[in-house]
Design a protein. Structure first.
Length: 200
């Protein structure tokens, strides 16, 4: 199955293997859909979809070997994987060297801590935003309800001081509502008179 896509303005031809769903194979292509070069290709591995291997010594697919390199559980598993090919031996040796390097471990730990702090801050910010939005929504709902009560009270002839006291709205807001209701009533009355005069 071929999928066309654009990555950073570069036309891509993505070839998805039907049987190997744990990886994507990406090739660059020209506008005429011919492959630009096979010298530069990408494989994107989805480690969560990596098939389970019962016997690491029987892995022959290099994509699967690389996927396993990123998911080994211990040094014994890594050494078994290193016996699969020269490429895996070199990669395994580099991984062991990095794992033994105190400075590299400190850098990796600092990166993990930084990533955790960033994710934690992002999560806390999202939570605070949700809470503030919820509170803001509640406040807006309460304001709308207070305005509805004030309008109904004005229509029933209650004085603006009492309405302001009951609803918690500012006296200026209640006065403005009263003005709007009175103007609206006057406009409706004028329209009714015009309709009566015209006979419609």
């Amino acid at each position: 199955m071929l999928i066309e896509d654009i990555l950073f303005g570069i036309p891509l031809l993505m070839k998805r293997a039907l049987t190997d769903e744990y990886y994507e194979h990406i090739l660059f292509r020209r506008k005429n859909t011919k492959v630009f070069t096979k010298a530069q290709q990408f494989y994107i591995l989805d480690l969560s979809k990596l098939p389970e291997a019962k016997f690491l010594k029987e892995l022959t697919d290099s994509k699967l070997q690389w996927g396993r390199l990123f998911t080994v559980k211990d040094e014994e598993e890594l050494r078994m994987l290193m016996n699969q090919s020269e490429e895996m031996r070199e990669a395994g040796e580099r991984l062991l060297k990095l794992s033994a390097d105190e400075e590299a471990q400190d850098i990796a730990r600092a990166r993990e801590e930084s990533q955790w702090a960033w994710e934690h801050t992002l999560h806390a910010t999202e939570e605070r935003g949700r809470e503030e939005g919820w509170v803001e929504g509640l406040q807006l709902g309460e304001l709308k309800k207070a305005i509805e009560i004030a309008k109904a009270s004005l229509k029933n002839g209650l004085d603006i001081n009492t309405i302001a006291l009951i609803t918690g709205l500012d006296l200026d807001v209640v006065s403005q509502l009263k003005f709007e209701i009175e103007n609206c009533s006057k406009k409706m009355e004028n329209q009714r008179k015009n309709v009566d005069k015209s006979g419609f």
